[in-house]
Design a protein around this ligand. Structure first.
Ligand SMILES: Nc1ncnc2c1ncn2[C@@H]1O[C@H](COP(=O)(O)OP(=O)(O)OP(=O)(O)O)[C@@H](O)[C@H]1O
Ligand SMILES: [Mg+2]
Length: 729
């Protein structure tokens, strides 16, 4: 940018400055107004933040978001610009100014992780066997097929380190994701690689290098072959070479190109056996596919192995090649289909990469589960641990830190998964997105209700099953599906615009209420979640409370705690000072019980105090008047105990009963956490023993026992326990 700006200044005499803002993440590409249709505008949170970065950048600088920074901080140098408030973000963000490229040597060493190849012995044997056969004169075509990140390229790269490599010529070309319309691009890439042509070589240099390479392989036939190969590569010809192809156009030119490419390979196989690798063939253009299909026949007679590496379910490229080869019934066709690693191998992979002694099983299991046997995912999760400082390198050895439990999903995995989802046809993609709003698992009856506008749901679901994006099972006597990778659901979900998401959550909640009306109690938590996301506060609160009560019943106290806390926060946020104290107290009571059940007595006591305060039961402070009050209570209690006619024996109201019950619960907490407060609070509430018929108090007998214990604490228990007539039952 700077160089260009200087050039303009010199040439035209004006200042030219640009500023750039970068952010990374999923975007929605679509026409505004209908976010699921393809067009060429990228929108969404990611682009909004990029625009914010741009507007904050000084002219002549590049400002990046923390998300982009994390991805490329190993390759580029940045100056931290501190925290910056960004509209629409709760927390200020760390932004960075790009200053240059990192010196490659030794960069990112602390982040480097490596593993030997694990669990692919059979597949490697199969591949090497075909190469061996080629060395012995028998060619073949191999398709290496597998999901993104499963280890296809890794398998091929093992070949590079194999002793067999010395006995063959390895030609490698790679298709690129934007290349569906770039004619012959993987073939061109392979030829450039072979002739050692670099991207910045000018035409003359490139042509010179190609000439040398072709001459090495074909000697006297060079003049004939070279112009066609150069034309295929888009290298402009001049002089006699230009003349030699003059007048040959269109189909005739294509045929000639094919013929001479064949000749080139035939000549090359005369010198050494060839391994012709096309990486990422799923992205190849149609011309390359057609060319390859006709080249494959060479394997029937020549020492050549074609290795086609691609992801499954690409109709016009990979699937087409499989079909062609199967139709030809060629004996030279071999398929290597890579499956996810099993748990044992996944674990070995993690051990190899981190080699940490203290890495406990829980963490490994978490990685294994998240990654579903995909080595790339495993690597990315491990890398994210390193990035976030959950794993650090000290003296060349990795160690685990406390941060390990708060890890997030690396963005690159989302990209990979999103690529899979984007490949689906529009309606199926919509179905996946709707499903992702329902959750990692979704009932058949709900998806059919929510995705009413999608036709032919059954066959779409079975296709998604077939391509292993989802699995089927039965739960609660219902047909249910689940996303195979949790991450796939998350990626699909994140690709939906915020407004659309909100609306979908409400539709999902609505459908659940309708479809599962009879067993709604099992869905309270789920409903609370969907209504929260849909921002329907009233319904959220209703279901949070119901979910909390349900959880307390089933002694799922941590869930209960979560639901009641959420409900309380939501309620207070909504009503602030005008909140109904009784409702607040009801929620606080439930929180207190949930804490109590979890054994968190400090927090429980705090919440019991709050609820008691609502009933007017204020804690006694240890001031002069407080102590005097306690002393009077004590006398009152003694009088009541020893002079039975003083006892009121009033029938307690439900509120009285509730208060003594809460006081008793609070006492149980205090007995554990603070014995002095326990004594004081018990004294404070002891008047109830004289006022009421305790047999009618909720937990009255227990209450009596705890007051007795107070006497035992004071050393006068015998006297108290000799007077049990208070207990009616
Ligand atoms: N069996 C294995 N043992 C150890 N590491 C592996 C294994 N398989 C893959 N890896 C590592 O996982 C990462 C992803 O693998 P690879 O690049 O081969 O995936 P791929 O199938 O080619 O994916 P894509 O379709 O995206 O190109 C690489 O870093 C690779 O080294
Ligand atoms: Mg690959």
């Amino acid at each position: 940018m700077k160089i260009y700006s200087e050039e303009l200044k010199k040439k035209y005499g004006f200042e030219f400055k640009m500023r750039i803002g970068l952010n990374s993440g999923p975007v929605i590409v679509g026409s505004i107004g209908d976010d699921l249709r393809m067009d060429y505008t990228a929108i969404g949170d990611t682009t909004n933040l990029a625009a914010r970065m741009e507007s904050m950048a000084e002219p002549g600088t590049v400002l990046v978001s923390p998300i982009t920074y994390k991805r490329v901080s190993q390759q580029f140098k940045f100056n931290p610009r501190g925290k910056v408030e960004v509209k629409g973000k709760k927390e200020p963000l760390d932004v960075y100014e790009l200053v240059g490229q990192v010196d490659k040597s030794g960069a990112g060493l602390d982040r480097q992780i490596y593993s030997e190849m694990v669990g692919r012995d059979k597949e490697l044997d199969k591949l090497e066997l075909q190469v061996m056969k080629a060395i012995n004169g028998e060619g073949s075509v191999i398709n290496i097929i597998g999901e993104a990140g499963i280890g296809k390229s890794r398998l091929v790269s093992e070949l590079r380190n194999s002793p067999l490599k010395k006995r063959v010529t390895l030609l490698e070309g790679r298709a690129i994701s934007i290349g569906r319309n770039l004619s012959f691009h993987p073939i061109i890439n392979l030829l450039k690689h072979w002739a050692r042509i670099k991207d910045d070589d000018n035409t003359a240099t490139a042509f010179g290098k190609l000439e040398t390479a072709v001459r090495r392989a074909c000697q006297e036939d060079t003049d004939e072959i070279l112009p066609f190969v150069a034309t295929l590569m888009g290298i402009k010809l001049s002089g006699r070479y230009a003349q030699s192809i003059e007048g040959i156009e269109g189909e005739a030119l294509e045929k000639q190109i094919l013929k001479h490419m064949k000749d080139l390979l035939i000549k090359a196989t005369d010198l050494t056996p060839l391994v012709f690798v096309t990486e990422d063939l799923h992205w190849a253009d149609t011309s390359s596919i057609e060319l390859l299909e006709s080249l494959f026949r060479l394997s029937e007679t020549r020492r050549i192995v074609f290795v086609n590496v691609f992801r499954p379910h690409h109709k016009e490229t990979g699937d087409r090649i499989i079909e062609t080869l199967k139709e030809r019934r060629t004996e030279y066709y071999v398929e290597i289909s890579l499956q996810p690693l099993d748990e044992e191998n996944s674990e070995t992979l993690i051990n190899n990469m981190l080699n940490i002694k203290g890495l406990y099983h829980g963490v490994k299991d978490k990685i294994i589960q998240r990654a579903g046997g995909n080595p790339f995912f495993i690597e990315e999760v491990v890398r994210s641990f390193i990035d976030e400082g959950a794993v650090v390198k000290k003296n060349g050895i990795f160690e685990v830190t406390d941060k390990i439990d708060t890890m997030t999903i690396p963005h690159t995995i989302n990209d990979v998964l999103m690529a899979r989802i984007d490949r689906l046809d529009e309606n199926t993609r919509d179905l996946v997105k709707v499903a992702s709003v329902i959750g990692r698992n979704f009932f058949y009856r709900i998806i059919t209700e929510v995705a009413k506008t999608v036709d032919d749901i059954d066959s779409r679901l079975s296709y998604l099953k077939e391509i292993q994006l989802i699995r089927e099972r039965s739960r609660m006597e219902e047909l249910e599906y689940l996303f195979k990778h949790a991450l796939a659901q998350e990626a699909a979900y994140e690709s939906i615009l915020f407004q659309k998401r909100k609306q979908l959550h409400l539709t999902v909640a609505d459908s659940i209420e309708k479809v599962f009306n009879e067993k709604l109690h099992e869905f309270y938590g789920v409903l609370a979640f969907h209504y929260t996301q849909g921002e329907d506060e009233e319904k959220t609160e209703k279901y949070l409370i119901k979910a909390g009560e349900e959880a307390l019943k089933s002694s799922a106290s941590s869930e209960a705690l979560h639901y009641f806390h959420e409900a309380l926060n939501l309620y207070l946020k909504k009503y602030g000072d005008t909140a109904d104290p009784e409702k607040v107290a009801m929620l606080e009571k439930n929180i207190a019980f949930a804490y109590f059940n979890r054994g968190q007595f400090i927090e429980a006591a705090e919440y019991f105090s709050k609820v008691l305060a609502f009933y007017g039961e204020i804690e006694i402070k240890l001031s002069v008047s407080g102590i005097f009050k306690l002393f009077l209570r004590f006398l009152y209690l003694l009088a009541g105990l020893y002079l039975p006619f003083l006892r009121w024996k009033k029938t307690p109201s439900s509120q009285d009963s509730e208060i003594s019950y809460l006081a008793f619960q609070q006492g149980q907490c205090l007995a554990v956490i603070d014995i002095n407060r326990f004594v004081i609070e018990l004294m404070n509430h002891s008047k109830r023993l004289i006022l009421f018929d305790i047999s009618q108090l909720k937990k009255g007998v227990d209450y009596f026992c705890s007051v007795s214990s107070l006497f035992s604490y004071g050393g006068i228990s015998p006297m108290a326990t000799q007077n049990p007539p208070l207990v009616a039952t």
